[in-house]
Design a protein around this ligand. Structure first.
Ligand code: SAM
Length: 344
C-alpha cells in the first residue's frame, strides 16, 4: 500500500505538466522535424533523392567513419522509413514530408533541442557541440530552472521517505549550474544536512556557486550572500565515474537527474556511487531511458560533447544490480527511481 501511495505521489508533479502522453508525442514529432530539417539545410536530403552508398555519403559530406554515430543515424532513418536501403544504397522515401509540426507545447526544452539539432551535420563529421559553449548554456539554464526539471525533482522527492531525512550528507551528482543543489538545499533547511555537489565542468561549477544565492531565493529562501550562508554546499570538480577524491561510505544519500547517459561506461559511475554511499544509504532521482526518449532526441542529444546516449530501463536496472544496490524501485514514465545500498 505504501508503495502504491509513493508511486502516485511520484506521478503527481508530472501530471501537472499536462497530458504526458501527448507531450511525449509532440516532443517526438518535433525532434524528428528538427533532425530532418537540418539534413535538408545541409543538402543531405536532396542528395539522397538518388540512391547512394555509405561510401558516397562519407565522401560527399566528409563524414567521419567508422563511427557508431553515423551507423546509428542511418539505422534510425531506415527504421523510421525516411530512407530506403536497397542493395547497399540509401535513398529518400518519396513519401517523406518535412514540415514544422503544429506543436502546442513549445517551451525551453524544445528550444534547446532546436539549437542542438543544428549540430547534427557537424556531428556526422565527428565534430561535437560544446555543452557550455554559446547558446546552449543559456538555454540549458532556463531548462533546468523550468517546469520539466522542477517536476523531475519534485517527483524524485515525493518518491522517497523524506520524513527520515535528518543529519544526512547528500551528494548531488552532475549538479550543473546548481538549480537542483539550490532546490535541495532549501528543502533541507532545519534538517541538519550537508550537501556536496559534483560536476565535471568547471565553468558550470563557477556558475553554480556564483548564482547559488539567487537560486535559493527562487526557491523561497530569504535574500542573502554566500558569506552569510550557514552550511553552504561544497561544490567539487570531478568525474562521477572516477571520484577518487571521495572516500568510501561517505554519503547518506545521492541524487542525480538525467545524467547517466553522459557517461562512457555508465556502470563505472553506478559502481562509484555505490562505493561512496554508506551502507544503509540510498540513491534517488530520475533518468530518462529509451522507453520515453525517442531515437531522434537521442541522436540530437549526442551532438553534445560527452553525451554517450540513452539506454533501456532494463539496462539501467541491470547496472544497479551489478553494482550491488537492492530495493531498486521505479515509478513514472521518466523513470523516477530509488535504490538502497544494503547494510551487509
Ligand atoms: C542534464 S545536466 C543536469 C544538471 C543538473 N543536475 C540540474 O538539474 O540542474 C547533466 C550534468 O551532468 C554533468 N556531467 C556530465 N558528465 C559528467 C561526469 N562524468 N561527471 C560529473 N558530471 C558530469 C554535465 O556537466 C551536466 O551539468
Amino acid at each position: 500500500m505504501a508503495n502504491i501511495i509513493k508511486n502516485i505521489k511520484a506521478w503527481m508533479p508530472l501530471l501537472k505538466l499536462g497530458n504526458t502522453v501527448s507531450r511525449k508525442n509532440e516532443l517526438e514529432e518535433y525532434s524528428r522535424f528538427l533532425v530532418l530539417n537540418n539534413l535538408k539545410k545541409a543538402n543531405i536530403i536532396d542528395y539522397l533523392t538518388k540512391p547512394r552508398a555509405l561510401y558516397d555519403l562519407i565522401n560527399q559530406f566528409n563524414w567521419e567513419y567508422p563511427s557508431k554515430y553515423v551507423d546509428d543515424f542511418l539505422k534510425l532513418l531506415v527504421n523510421d522509413k525516411v530512407l530506403n536501403l536497397k542493395y547497399g544504397r540509401y535513398s529518400l522515401n518519396k513519401g517523406v514530408v518535412i514540415e514544422k509540426p503544429n506543436v502546442k507545447f513549445i517551451e525551453d526544452f524544445n528550444d534547446v533541442f532546436e539549437v542542438y539539432s543544428t549540430g547534427i551535420p557537424n556531428r556526422l563529421k565527428g565534430k561535437f557541440f560544446d555543452y557550455t559553449g554559446r547558446l546552449a548554456l543559456f538555454n540549458w539554464d532556463s531548462v533546468l530552472a523550468g517546469q520539466i526539471y522542477q517536476a523531475l525533482r519534485d517527483s524524485a522527492w515525493n518518491f522517497i521517505d523524506t520524513k527520515k531525512i535528518n543529519n544526512v550528507h547528500l551528494l548531488d551528482i552532475g549538479c550543473g549550474p546548481g538549480y537542483e543543489t539550490a532546490d535541495f538545499w532549501v528543502r533541507f533547511q532545519g534538517r541538519n544536512t550537508k550537501i556536496t555537489a559534483l560536476d565535471y565542468d568547471e565553468n558550470l561549477l563557477t556558475i553554480a556557486k556564483e548564482e547559488f544565492c539567487q537560486n535559493i531565493s527562487r526557491f523561497g529562501y530569504k535574500e542573502t550572500t554566500w558569506d552569510q550562508l550557514d552550511n553552504p554546499p561544497v561544490f567539487i570538480h570531478g568525474s562521477a565515474d572516477n571520484m577518487t577524491m571521495l572516500e568510501d561510505n561517505k554519503f547518506d544519500m545521492i541524487y542525480f537527474s538525467n545524467f547517466l547517459h553522459w557517461l562512457d561506461k555508465p556502470i563505472k559511475g553506478v559502481k562509484e556511487m555505490f562505493r561512496v554511499l554508506k551502507p544503509g544509504g540510498f540513491i534517488f532521482g530520475s533518468q530518462g531511458t529509451t522507453e520515453v526518449t525517442n531515437p531522434y532526441l537521442d541522436i540530437t542529444a549526442r551532438v553534445v560533447e560527452g553525451i554517450t546516449g540513452y539506454f533501456s530501463k532494463k539496462q539501467f536496472n541491470k547496472w544497479f544490480i551489478e553494482a550491488g544496490f537492492t530495493e531498486i524501485k521505479s515509478a513514472t514514465m521518466v523513470n523516477t527511481f530509488k535504490a538502497k545500498k544494503p547494510i551487509k
